[in-house]
Design a protein around this ligand. Structure first.
Ligand code: APR
Length: 232
C-alpha cells in the first residue's frame, strides 16, 4: 500500500527542547543580538569577523545539543508515512534523529560556502572557521546560511512538497518570516493541516489548520497518536 505523504514545516520551536534558542520568544536569540548585524547580508559586509564568530559559537552549541522527543517522533513516523521535512532551522537535529528527507530552507550550520557562489558549499562538521579562510577557488569562506536580504533558492522545491502533501504539519514557527511563512498557502484544500505551537500563531483566514497548543515533543506525540488511529 502506498504511504500517505506527510510534509512537516519546522521552525526554531522544534529545537527549543534541545536547548536551542528560538529567535523571537522572550530570551530568544534576537534579544542578545542585532538581527541586522549577524543575520543579514549587509551585516556580513559590515563585520564579517563578528558574523563568523557568531556562527562558530552556534556550531559549538550544536555539537553538544541532542535531538528531542519531537525530532525522534518525526523520524519514527517514516514507518507509516512518506515523511518530507522542510525546516527553517540551520542545525542538523532532524538528520541526527534519523529523518531521511530534510530540506534546509535557510542553509546549514555545518557547511560553509564561497562568498561569491553559495552553490559551492561543503561540510565542515562542528569546527570553528577562522575569518579569512579561503575556498579552493581562492574565494573567502562564509557560513552557508540564507540571510535576510538574500534569495531562498529552495523555496520552489519546498512549495512543490507542500502541494504534494496529504497531511501538512507546521511545528514551532511564528510564521512571520517570508517566503517560508507563505508556504501555508500552497496547501491544497484536501490536505489535512495541523499546527503545533505552545503560543498562538496568527494564521491568515481561509487556511485550515487543526491547532495543537503544545510544545513540539508532547504535541507531536498527540499528532502521532491521532494519525496512527486514523490509519487503523
Ligand atoms: N515547541 C514548539 N514550539 C515552540 C516551543 C516548543 N518547545 N517553544 C517556542 N515555540 C514556538 C514559539 O511560540 C514561536 O511561535 O516556536 C516559534 C518560534 O518562532 P521564531 O523564533 O520566530 O522562529 P522561526 O519561525 O523558525 O523563525 C523563522 O526567522 O530569524 C529567522 O532565519 C531565521 O529560520 C528563522 C526564521
Amino acid at each position: 500500500m502506498n504511504k500517505k505523504r506527510l510534509v512537516v514545516l519546522t521552525g526554531a520551536g522544534m529545537s527549543a527542547e534541545s536547548g536551542f534558542k528560538t529567535f523571537r520568544d522572550a530570551g530568544g536569540l534576537w534579544e542578545n543580538y542585532n538581527v541586522e548585524d549577524v543575520a543579514s547580508i549587509e551585516g556580513w559586509y559590515r563585520n564579517p569577523e563578528l558574523v563568523t564568530e557568531f556562527y562558530n559559537d552556534l556550531r559549538e552549541q550544536l555539537e553538544k545539543a541532542q535531538p528531542n522527543e519531537g525530532h525522534k517522533i518525526l523520524a519514527e513516523l517514516e514507518k507509516y508515512f512518506d515523511v518530507k521535512i522542510i525546516t527553517q532551522n540551520v542545525e542538523n537535529l532532524h538528520e541526527r534523529a534519523g529523518s531521511s528527507s530534510v530540506l534546509h530552507l535557510h542553509g546549514e550550520l555545518t557547511k560553509v560556502c564561497s562568498v561569491n557562489d553559495t552553490s559551492k558549499n561543503f561540510d565542515i562538521g562542528y569546527r570553528r572557521v577562522k575569518y579569512g579562510e579561503k575556498n579552493s577557488d581562492g574565494e573567502l569562506l562564509r557560513p552557508f546560511i540564507v540571510w535576510f536580504g538574500e534569495a531562498v533558492p529552495l523555496i520552489g522545491k519546498a512549495a512543490e512538497l507542500v502541494r504534494s502533501a496529504d497531511i501538512f504539519v507546521v511545528v514551532g514557527s511564528s510564521l512571520v518570516v517570508y517566503p517560508a511563512a507563505g508556504l501555508i498557502h500552497d496547501m491544497r484544500g484536501s490536505t489535512q493541516g495541523y499546527l503545533i505551537d505552545p503560543q498562538e500563531v496568527s494564521i491568515p483566514r481561509g487556511v485550515n489548520f487543526k491547532i495543537i497548543r503544545d510544545v513540539a515533543s508532547s504535541g507531536l506525540a498527540k499528532l502521532r497518536d491521532e494519525l496512527l488511529k486514523d490509519l487503523n
